[in-house]
Design a protein around this ligand. Structure first.
Ligand SMILES: *Cc1c(COP(=O)(O)O)cnc(C)c1O
Length: 231
């Protein structure tokens, strides 16, 4: 079931809401057909997010080449090679092994892939993501080796709750991680600047707390026909 407003008009409303802010919209198109994605594209949307490799590689060839595809779901190392030829950003880097495989596959493809480090900020056990010490250990090991991955910031998935103060707390935690990594490892790197947080139900709070990339699905494309893991 689609929302009552057209995809085009919702996308235009987001463009208005975000104009003059430091925040951009990633339209999360998982489970939705290429026709709806094309409608969002026609309204000017260029950043799209998918959480499954198989779905992403099926849709990408059917859509305009200048879309910036963001992979936002948990990624297994053995699947990196399928997205390396075209993916713009992998938002879900949560291990050294994955990061080094992205480096390897991006080099093979002759590309530079943008990456975000995914942090665990929710109070739910099931969500993937690094702790700050894990991220620091990962960076110390990996940074000297990276030539085909441009680390651009952090990503987190907040708890699925209506509790506004808890959500703000989690967004602030992620922003704090960003600031610490920026100061310790990326002080001279203007490209380290993204804080990906906020979804359909909480993106306004996330923007207030400093989000630079909101990941919005159902508020644009309507309810998903079947549930997907929000890994
Ligand atoms: C599905 C998904 C979203 C979008 O969720 P909505 O509630 O539909 O806006 C954002 N981030 C991730 C990681 C997701 O998997």
């Amino acid at each position: 079931m689609q929302s009552e407003q057209s995809v085009e008009s919702v996308v235009r409303n987001f463009q208005q809401e975000l104009s003059g802010t430091n925040c951009r919209l990633v339209a999360v198109s998982k489970t939705h057909p290429v026709e709806l994605i094309q409608q969002a594209y026609d309204a000017g949307q260029r950043l799209f997010g998918e959480n499954r490799v198989q779905e992403l590689t099926a849709k990408q060839p059917a859509l305009p080449a200048d879309i910036e595809w963001h992979l936002i779901g948990h990624l297994q190392t053995n699947k990196v090679k399928f997205v390396a030829p075209f993916v713009h950003t992998i938002q879900s880097i949560d291990s050294l092994k994955l990061l080094l495989e992205i480096e390897r596959q991006a080099a093979r493809a002759g590309r530079v892939i943008q990456g975000l480090l995914q942090f665990h900020i929710a109070d739910e056990e099931t969500k993937f993501g690094l702790s700050l010490p894990e991220a620091e250990a990962l960076l110390q090991e990996a940074l000297p080796q990276l030539q085909h991955v441009r680390l651009a910031g952090v990503m987190g998935i907040a708890t699925n709750t209506d509790d506004e103060s808890q959500l703000r707390q989690e967004f602030r935690t992620l922003r704090g991680y960003f600031e610490q990594l920026k100061a310790s490892y990326f002080a001279d790197d203007t490209g380290f600047r993204e804080i990906s947080m906020g979804m359909s139900s909480d993106y306004r709070l996330a923007i207030e707390e400093g989000s630079t990339l909101i990941r919005v699905g159902s508020a644009i494309f309507g309810h998903r026909a079947y549930p997907t893991p929000t890994a």
